[in-house]
Every structure is written in C-alpha cells, then in structure tokens.
Design a protein around this ligand. Sequence first.
Ligand SMILES: C[S@@+](CC[C@H](N)C(=O)[O-])C[C@H]1O[C@@H](n2cnc3c(N)ncnc32)[C@H](O)[C@@H]1O
Length: 420
Amino acid sequence: MSSIAAGGGGAAAAALIGVSEIEGKGRALVASQPLRAGEILLRDSPILVYSALPFMIPPPLEQYHHISYCYCANCFRVLPPPSSSTTLLSCPTCPDNQAQNQVLFCSPRCQTTALASSHSPWVCQALTRLRACPSPLLQHDRQVQARYLVAAYNLSVISPPAFRTLLSLQGECLSAAADNDAAIFLHSLISSLSPPPHSSLELTAALLAKDKLNAFGLMEPFAEDRERSVRAYGIYPRASFFNHDCLPNACRFDYVDADHPDADHNTDIIVRAIHDVPQGREICLSYFPVNLKYSDRQRRLREDYGFICECDRCKVEANWSDNDEEEEIMGSNGDLNEAMDEDFDKNTDDYDSGDPAATGDSDFPHAYFFLTYMCNRNNCWGTLAPLPPSSGATPFSGMECNVCGNVKHFDELMGGDVLV
Ligand SMILES: C[S@@+](CC[C@H](N)C(=O)[O-])C[C@H]1O[C@@H](n2cnc3c(N)ncnc32)[C@H](O)[C@@H]1O
C-alpha cells in the first residue's frame, strides 16, 4: 500500500490513509492506522476547476431562476451584488458581452492569476466563439461539458504534468451510446476552436469519462427555501481515489466562500472521518446525499459510475419493496425524524462502536447512521462529521454539517449523550 499525504497536516498526518487495490473496485483509500472521529484524512487542491454555469445565458435572466449568484471566474467565491461598492474586474480581452455572460473577477489578484492560467487567451477566444453558437445547439449540460473540455485542453498546454495526472484517473472511455454521441458532438465543436494539436476524438472521449467519474461539485451557498445547484466542478487528484459506500465512513467539506489564510486554496476540499475507523478498513465517501432510496442510488451508480453497489446497506435494502423503502427513509407519515427515532430504538441495542459496519443483522442497520450523522435541517440532507479532535481530553467538541455548515455543539447533541 502506498501512503498518501493528508496535505496541510504536516508529517504526522502523512500516513493516515494509503492507496490499495481492491478487487472489483480498483484503487481504494484504506486506513493505515486507527483513525479517530473527525480526523482530517485528506486536504486536496484541484488540478482543474470549471464553472457549472452555462456560458451563454440569453435574456431574460429570470428564465435561469436556478442561477442565484454570480461567482469570481478564478476563485469561484460569490461576487457581491452589482449594487455594492466593490469594484469587480472583467477580462480585458473578452468582447463586451451582455452583463449576464461577463467573465468577472473579485480582485486584481484573481484577474492576474486567471489570465495567466485558467482564462488564457485561447480560453477567452474559445468561450467567445462558443457563446456565438446558436443556443438550441447547446443545451445547458452540453455547455458545461464544453467548458470542461476547454479547461482540460487548456490544462494540457499550461501544465502538462497536471494534465497527465488528469489522464491517470479512472475512466477510459464511456460505453453508453449517449456518451459516445456527446463525445462526437463536443469534439466537433472543440475542433472548430483551434484546440492544441494533440486533441483527438479519443482524447476528448477519455477526458469526458475522467470528468464524469471524478468531478466533485462545489455547491452554491445553502438556503433552506430552494434547491441548491452546483457552482463549479473540480478535479481533485487524490480525493479521486475514494470509492463509494451508501453508508460512508468519511465525508468531504469545502469552504469556498470562507476567508482562507492562503487565498489560492479556497477551493480545496477536506475529507474527515465521520466516526472511528479501524486500521485496514477502506475509507469511502457517498457520491450523493445519503437519503436517496435504493433504486435511485443503484441507478445513479450504474449510469454515472458504471458499477453495481454491493455495500452492506444495499444488501439489506435490495430485499425491500419500493413502499418499504419510502417508508423506512421518510417514516410512515413522511417524517424522516420519526422514522429515524423508531428505527434507532429498534437497532441501537447491539450498536456500540459508532461504526455501522459493527451492527448486527437487523433490518435497518443504518437507522443509527441517519439519526447520528444526517443533518436534520430543512432541505439539507448533509452529513455530519465531528470537528477535528483536539489534543485535549474531550474527543470532539461538536458535529459540523458538510452541506449547510451548521455546527451542533456537544451539549446540543442528543441531550449531551456522547455520539462517537
Ligand atoms: C472516483 S473513482 C474511485 C477510484 C477508483 N476505484 C480508481 O481506481 O481510481 C470512481 C470509480 O471507482 C469504482 N468504484 C467506486 N466505488 C465502488 C464500489 N463501491 N464498488 C465498485 N466499484 C466502485 C467505479 O469504477 C467508479 O466509477
């Protein structure tokens, strides 16, 4: 097993997890030593970040009601509203587009960085030409894929080592006919933009596969009253080794809008252990919110990631009827908390380690997980992980949600019961 540095945690954190091969799953990250709840297992910086917004937003803007914010085209922080006194900078070479399509930067530093890297003259030119395409040709998801391909081909020129890392990630070629059609269409589009000479249909198809299997979404700020969409996608070379489990033992956090001591690292992601994990156990994330029902999880994993999930939770839920499934997750009256409370009472007797893998053969081994590690804030469905353990006697001081960012302090939790 080759160890993987946690990053930012110093030498002591270097050997917490390592890469191993697991039959049927490929590369996997495995605990190199016993891990404590909340421990930072990995801090990873993206080799590529690209906007999840279409590059062509025809007026009226209200049509795009899901776009609630504008972001800096370099750091992806939320930009202040036009009415604020902050001066935003634009790209000096992009033609004077309609306001909603403008490439904007939050600071001279972001502008300078982007113009020398992610918004190079070729990217600027390519996006300008793409914006001129007839809009029916380019639906929203094709626009985002085209953005990614422009960013990836640009990476091949500005940082060949990072491009080689991108190519080393899982995903050879996509097998579904629809993916193939998309690759052919998008490659013909990219070919019209004077791409680097090494571009080819095979490379475009492989790049799309890397993106599909490995991109992490950086979400827009959380709000209880509306669905949240993705602001940008990032490719994180080390975090890409995490496999999926429907009851994960780790979850990832990002703090895109927070003040960061190193301004260039606000798009880093941090992966923390949800509960104690023994040495040798695989560390998995959930590739989507844990509240999805069995059939939806299986469909997404098959269609988007090309595998059939055989995790402990799926083995149990495979025997449920669709009605059982809805009821177990949402409660007989549609209330998640009630469902969790009932099942928690049924299942906690034989559950003492905080590790769902230690649960016996009950019908609903994950009730404890939902009750303990799922955020109950309206419309959130985030996962809670303990704050990183301090060196003091208290093992952890609170639980943080990886979606809404809410932190529940120790004394608010379960009336003060120790959870991990
Ligand atoms: C982000 S990559 C994870 C790392 C990957 N195993 C590798 O070798 O680089 C996602 C891919 O890993 C595999 N994978 C992830 N979780 C899995 C699981 N629970 N069972 C089987 N394969 C899995 C699938 O091929 C999936 O498309």
